[in-house]
Design a protein around this ligand. Structure first.
Ligand code: GYE
Length: 315
């Protein structure tokens, strides 16, 4: 029986739930594991405590989904001194010495952000919308998390490249409640000036859409409607994309359980593993105005979402 200690960020989003379910179903007793699961409720101090508990319990592996990128050197050194391999899952850690963790598997948030920005430019060009008429509110994820850093940077690069107007930037902490609260505040300050809301995950988009409608505006791709963009492509997010409430949803795949297990099996067999592994990710949109985007000389298809596609997805 292999004992695995998993420090999970929290339960802030549908994405996180899918990620936790993937990890729990993979590292089950039936599959030969004893999983010690800790939900940190989005607090780094809880993760530090959990990791130290895993070390005391002499687990075979520590899995860490870090809430934010910094502040891990000391505790990872303690795990290294205890001879326990650490696998970073989902978000990245920013440490002085990358021997403090064995490997990382997760999402290329910067590429996601760049893809979304290219989609917005393609949509604007196709609809004849001038860059000067694109005023954007960025509802950011948890500040300092890999997903927020990358998605925000991807948008800001687009703003600089295409001359859009970034009207507001505020964290929605990847939650629906905070996403709604932030959207309400931004609309109070700049309501008629907002054309695009760039939500850094689906749950923020759900909250933002509620706030937009409550303020008397409409969401969608038609003239005068507010474009709501999102990330994660959860089932609920793609359901909103099917209806047009979300106009474009960039995938971030949460099903890391089997990928992490493959790494552990290699380590158990004494094999080397890559230091970094990105997961493959797609893009979905309400319509086929933009059929593909180019990021770093690579083309990415944009798929018009259908009920059939939605029904077949694993999450
Ligand atoms: O986008 C969000 C979750 O780290 C990629 O965290 C993950 C992000 C995801 O709360 O829904």
């Amino acid at each position: 029986m292999i004992t695995v200690g998993f420090s999970q960020v929290g339960a802030e989003s549908d994405w996180r739930t899918a990620n936790s379910e993937s990890m729990k179903s993979t590292f089950s007793e039936k599959n030969g594991y004893k999983l010690i699961f800790d939900d940190a409720q989005q607090k780094q101090e809880n993760q530090l405590t959990a990791i130290r508990n895993f070390i005391q319990q002499e687990v075979d592996y520590i899995l860490l989904a870090p809430v934010t990128e910094t502040g891990w050197d000391t505790v990872l050194q303690e795990a290294k001194d205890a001879g326990i391999p650490v696998i970073i899952v989902d978000r990245m850690v920013d440490v002085s010495d990358d021997s403090l963790y064995t490997t990382w598997i997760g999402t290329d948030a910067l590429c996601e952000g760049r893809k979304a920005a290219e989609w917005l430019n393609g949509f604007a060009e196709a609809k004849g919308i001038a860059a000067s008429d694109i005023h954007i509110a960025d509802i950011q994820g948890t500040i300092g998390s890999t997903a927020q850093i990358g998605r925000t940077k991807g948008l800001e690069e687009g703003v600089d490249k295409y001359g859009w107007d970034l009207v507001a930037q505020q964290t929605g902490e990847f939650t629906q409640a905070k996403g709604q609260e932030v959207m309400e505040s931004i609309l109070k300050q700049s309501g008629d000036d907002i054309d695009v809301v760039y939500c850094e995950n689906d749950n923020e988009a759900f909250g933002a859409i509620d706030a937009i409608k409550a303020a008397g505006y409409e969401v969608g791709g038609e003239e005068g409607q507010i474009l709501v963009m999102s990330f994660d492509t959860t089932n609920a997010g793609l359901t909103d994309t099917l209806s047009g409430k979300i106009i474009c949803d960039t995938e971030c795949n949460p099903l890391h359980g089997p990928r992490v297990e493959e790494i552990i099996k290699k380590l158990e067999d004494g094999k080397d593993v890559e230091k970094k592994a990105y997961v493959e990710e797609e893009m979905f949109a309400y319509d086929d105005t933009v059929k593909s985007v180019k990021v770093d000389d690579k083309d990415y298809d944009v798929t018009k979402i259908t009920q059939e596609i939605l029904d077949k997805r694993a999450y």
